[in-house]
Design a protein around this ligand. Sequence first.
Ligand code: 5RP
Length: 222
Amino acid sequence: MTQDELKQAVAQAAADYVAQHAPAGSIIGVGTGSTANFFIDALAPLKDKYQGAVASSEATRIRLESHGIRVLDLNEVDDIPVYVDGADEIDSGLNMIKGGGGALTREKIVAAVARTFVCIADRSKLVGTMGKFPLPVEVIPMASAHVARQLTKLGGTPVQRAGFVTDNGNLILDVHGLAITDPKGLETQINQIAGVVTNGLFALRPANLLLLGTAEGVKSIG
Ligand code: 5RP
């Protein structure tokens, strides 16, 4: 199976999960990225069952609306039973690195509201120790040099993502060379640097369930 076929398989498994676990009339949280895009396509046939969706990025909002799925502002919503999103890396504790698509802050906000976070990923995303994928950090533009110096002191090599501005008008520093042995501790530490909006570690709020696409089929972990 190709990587896209694995992503499609987990996206369909996530739509089946939503159909079984999200009550009719509820609001679905939807992530960002190529795997999440397959999920949006798989969710489309269910659109009349649900009130709508909350999008974790402008790109996701546009794709949801192209399927006729109503997109709600998160401030109008107090309950999201299920949030489905991809990851750049995920470990056996269901801690993740996210933000390869630059949507980490909105993803983290939607995940904070959601009761259940379902991560959808192909086999290549499951790792022993996270950090091979550079950790994205969203920063306020005027603070980028300061934040980069602090990240260097933590042992990483920050590189500003070229030509990229987040949906919130900020910059991304991709931090290379971190071996993330304490994901919760590092998530907390980086978020305390003045000028950081948030970082792409999802360890304080990990996934609840991983649907993993493998050559042998979709595995449920968690
Ligand atoms: C976007 C994300 C994505 O979930 C992550 O980058 C995975 O993307 P893909 O499914 O395209 O591999 O965090 O900010």
